[in-house]
Design a protein around this ligand. Structure first.
Ligand code: HEC
Ligand code: HEC
Ligand code: HEC
Ligand code: HEC
Ligand code: HEC
Length: 301
């Protein structure tokens, strides 16, 4: 018996809090970046900031950088080519709604921006994918940062929890917070639960969109395969708490996570048989048992 182990593939000088109230919309990537500036957080939460900065969440329009390239081809080979349906013949016809097919999860704060920002992002993705470093650094100014998870996405049940407080960071308790703009800490029931991550890590096709897309789907697999089979760990347990990953939240990129992702047992026995004298048919029985130790299907998508 042989045991093989491998990893599969392998916030305007802080805009006043009212900035989140959606009356004022950002008109450029720079304005959107200021609206969601998190540089103040760095001073007091340096370690968390450093972990987050290295994560794919920090540059969620660029990714590995397959994301930037795929957004570019979604625009060129999808939206613009299908202009009779999408209504967009050129980048200047694109709207926030068009870009939400990706931004719904890759940049949810785009809802607080005008169509001018959607166009700026679209053009930057196209230019960035073609090798333009300035376009790429423009895209790197916005992403899934502290305020997306600890404010915008921290409450799920609006009828019971009410609206998000634009002056609070959501965490594990209620209290005061020594930040000039975010002066309170409010308790979020969502934050420590897998559903927090499930808001973007996908259940399956995005049927809510006029033109459904399917990208990340592993929250579906977590809910319908892992949990019913007795799995009891949360996304946060495996991706934040274990091995001190914290806010880096690694997937396949960290060997200490990947190494235990899949274990494979192979049991083989070779033999041959003779249908008639002189013939020989080599045959083997191979029993392969693959066990995924991830809390969901891998790879995702
Ligand atoms: C001047 C220092 C300071 C700044 C700036 C600051 N924080 Fe904090 N933050 C703290 C301290 C101290 C606590 C712990 C308060 C306590 O335990 O009562 C805290 C607690 C938190 C918590 C709650 C943790 C929990 O679950 O108990 C979150 C979330 C948080 N900060 C996020 C942020 C974000 C996001 C920013 C940037 C917008 C930020 N902080 C800026 C000092 C700061
Ligand atoms: C606002 C949406 C959103 C939320 C909430 C969110 N993620 Fe993500 N996450 C993304 C996107 C988008 C990417 C991919 C970015 C890219 O590479 O383009 C990603 C990437 C990742 C990766 C891959 C990183 C890598 O290095 O391979 C992991 C792991 C991950 N997220 C875990 C989590 C966990 C755990 C939570 C909950 C604590 C969470 N995410 C919450 C949107 C989100
Ligand atoms: C339902 C939320 C959601 C939507 C909508 C979505 N994505 Fe994603 N996407 C994610 C998450 C979460 C990840 C990271 C998880 C993973 O890799 O398993 C991801 C990963 C990716 C990756 C691989 C990341 C990398 O760094 O290699 C690409 C490429 C990508 N998305 C492109 C797109 C494009 C283009 C669109 C729009 C057509 C889109 N996504 C729409 C949530 C979404
Ligand atoms: C993708 C979502 C996500 C992003 C982005 C994010 N956090 Fe968190 N953060 C969480 C979750 C989830 C927890 C709670 C983990 C738990 O209790 O299981 C947490 C916990 C915390 C805590 C309290 C626990 C601790 O580790 O001390 C602080 C403080 C905090 N985050 C600050 C920040 C700051 C500052 C940033 C930006 C640099 C940030 N977070 C970005 C999801 C996020
Ligand atoms: C029991 C532990 C465990 C749980 C629970 C878990 N994961 Fe994972 N996850 C892993 C391991 C291990 C990998 C590494 C897989 C690899 O090497 O390709 C992984 C990989 C990933 C990836 C990268 C997938 C890819 O194809 O690139 C993402 C994104 C991710 N997890 C997000 C989540 C989210 C979101 C949740 C909660 C819904 C979650 N995980 C729950 C263990 C877990």
């Amino acid at each position: 018996m042989k045991m093989l182990r491998f990893g599969l593939a392998a916030a305007i000088a802080l805009l006043p809090p009212a900035a989140f109230a959606a009356e004022k919309k950002a008109n450029s990537i720079d304005e959107l970046a200021k609206m969601y500036d998190v540089t103040s957080c760095k001073g007091c939460h340096a370690e968390i900031f450093a972990e987050w900065e290295k994560s794919f969440h920090a540059t969620s329009l660029i990714g590995s950088p397959r994301t930037m390239a795929t957004i570019a081809s979604t625009i060129k080979d999808g939206l613009l080519k299908e202009y009779t349906h999408s209504g967009a013949k050129e980048v200047n016809d694109l709207t926030v709604e068009h870009m939400m097919i990706c931004a719904k999860c890759h940049l949810p704060q785009l809802k607080n921006a005008t169509d001018a920002v959607a166009r700026e992002i679209a053009q930057a993705a196209i230019d960035g994918a073609a090798g333009d470093e300035n376009a790429r650094s423009q895209l790197a100014k916005v992403g899934i940062n502290c305020l997306i998870c600890h404010n915008q996405k921290a409450l799920i049940h609006r009828w019971t929890d009410g609206e998000i407080d634009p002056t609070a960071v959501y965490g594990s308790k209620d209290g005061d917070h020594p930040d000039g703009t975010f002066t309170k800490i409010k308790k979020s029931e969502t934050l420590p639960e897998s559903i927090m991550c499930g808001q973007c890590h996908g259940l399956g096709p995005n049927f809510d969109l006029a033109e459904p897309t399917q990208c990340a789907t592993l929250y579906g697999s977590y809910l319908h395969a892992y949990v019913p089979s007795g799995g009891s760990e949360t996304c946060q347990d495996c991706h934040m708490k274990k091995d001190g990953h914290g806010h880096f939240m690694p997937g396949y990129r960290d060997p200490s996570v990947a190494k235990s992702a899949v274990t494979v047992e192979v049991d083989a026995r070779g033999y041959y048989f003779l249908p008639k004298a002189g013939d020989s048919v080599p045959t083997a029985v191979v029993t392969v048992k693959m066990t995924s130790n991830a809390g969901h299907r891998i790879p995702d998508g």
